[in-house]
Design a protein around this ligand. Structure first.
Ligand SMILES: [Zn+2]
Length: 397
């Protein structure tokens, strides 16, 4: 048994500022004194921090369970890392440094310590470069070793996990992390057993194969979702690009998108001057990309940019349309200056957008009144979230 001492960088209701936990270390690496550096995820069941060891400053991720059910799940996840999935540590999944437990105020807490393997992609899976989703065989022969091939692709990682007898059951963008283009799969708290050898070969095909021809329905569905099989022009674009060199990309916010069908970068920069835009889900991406495609068509027909109405307003980085329902973008930005967009939930952004729509209808309303209303709704929602988390937390014991 080892003793782990964690020092937190900020206060939270469910734990003290310093926490001493006991448990078993899974590797020889000394991870005994850890400082957290930032919270990267929080809900009523779990909280995840980035941190580092004192001294060697090894970057780590600390996943805490603070409800009975979450603790059970985390114990099971720790044991998966150590048993069935152990040979995948450091290549397909993060290295697992240990699982520790403590009791605080009569509540049991658990902490799983993992290698820090980066952040989730900020674009959806089919928009990731082909080399990250999967790599086609021909390209590998020329430019990559077998070793790299195993290491760099999400779909093959998923298949490796299947071959250890585990189905992930929750593969979403937020459960894949990337560092230097190398993906690792995380979050094994709702897995199920995998039957069969998972022998299906994952490769580019000109059309979608019949699912009777494959032995794993799960992998089949993900290959489909990742768009590695023929059909769409988007997919074809990347396929060609791995042979002919880099594809033309344009930046929207902080994410690159294939240029095809989109206006040139300088037009996008005029339409969307801020880099702080937030296109986390597919619906918001579609809303913006569809409008940009329309604008590109208008430009190609010879319409001047000045004559085109963008028709989208950004509220805390998220696109909303039609813009005529909202105050002008400059007024919106002015009203929302100082709010951290990543701190807000989609519901909070929606509430702020609602306040802005109402303010736009009642044209006599003052800036101060609108700001007050926005503050009110954000305050209410924050408070509600904390209260609800506490409630769930205490009733689950
Ligand atoms: Zn499988």
């Amino acid at each position: 048994m080892s003793i782990l001492q964690i020092t937190f960088n900020e206060d939270e209701y469910w734990r003290p500022e310093q926490l001493q936990m006991t448990g078993r270390q899974f590797t020889d690496t000394a991870v005994i004194d850890i400082d957290t550096t930032e919270e990267i995820h929080h809900n009523s069941r779990t909280t995840v921090y980035r941190g580092q060891t004192q001294g060697t400053r090894t970057p780590l991720v600390l996943k805490f369970a603070h409800s009975f059910q979450a603790l059970e799940d985390l114990r099971r996840e720790a044991s998966l890392y150590q048993t069935q999935l152990s040979r995948l540590q450091g290549t397909v999944i993060p290295i697992c440094y240990g699982f520790f437990e403590a009791v605080h105020d009569t509540f049991p807490l658990g902490c799983l310590i993992l290698e820090d393997c980066g952040d989730p992609p900020d674009i959806i899976f089919p928009f990731l470069p082909m080399v990250t989703r999967f790599v086609c065989r021909t390209v590998l022969c020329h430019s990559m070793t077998h070793n790299q091939r195993v290491r760099i692709t999400i779909l093959r990682h998923l298949q490796e996990i299947h071959r250890c007898g585990v189905v992930h059951q929750d593969l979403r963008e937020r459960n894949v992390v990337l560092r230097d283009g190398k993906p690792r799969i995380i979050d094994f708290d709702r897995v199920s057993p995998h039957k069969g050898g998972c022998t299906m070969e994952i490769r580019k095909l000109p059309s979608v194969p019949h699912n009777r021809e494959v032995d794993c329905n799960d992998i089949y569905c993900y290959c489909y979702d990742f768009q590695i099989w023929g059909g769409t022009s988007f997919n074809g674009l990347f396929f060609v690009s791995v042979f002919t060199g880099p594809v033309d990309l344009v930046d929207i916010g902080r994410s690159p998108y294939p240029q095809e069908g989109l206006p040139p970068q300088e037009v996008i920069d005029v339409l969307i001057p801020s880099k702080a835009i937030y296109l986390k889900d597919e619906a918001t991406q579609r809303l913006l990309l569809d409008r940009l495609h329309e604008i590109n068509e208008e430009l190609e027909r010879g319409v001047a940019l000045e004559a085109i109405e963008f028709g989208i307003v950004f509220v805390l980085g998220r696109p909303f349309r039609p813009a005529s329902h909202y105050p002008p973008q400059g007024v919106v930005d002015d009203l929302l200056r100082g709010f951290q967009l990543y701190d807000l939930t989609p519901q909070q952004v929606e509430s702020v957008a609602h306040v802005l729509r109402e303010a736009n209808l009642a044209c006599s309303v003052t800036t101060e009144k609108v700001r007050e209303k926005i503050n009110e709704c954000l305050h209410y929602l924050n408070r509600y979230r904390v209260l609800r988390d506490k409630l769930v937390f205490s009733t689950s014991h």
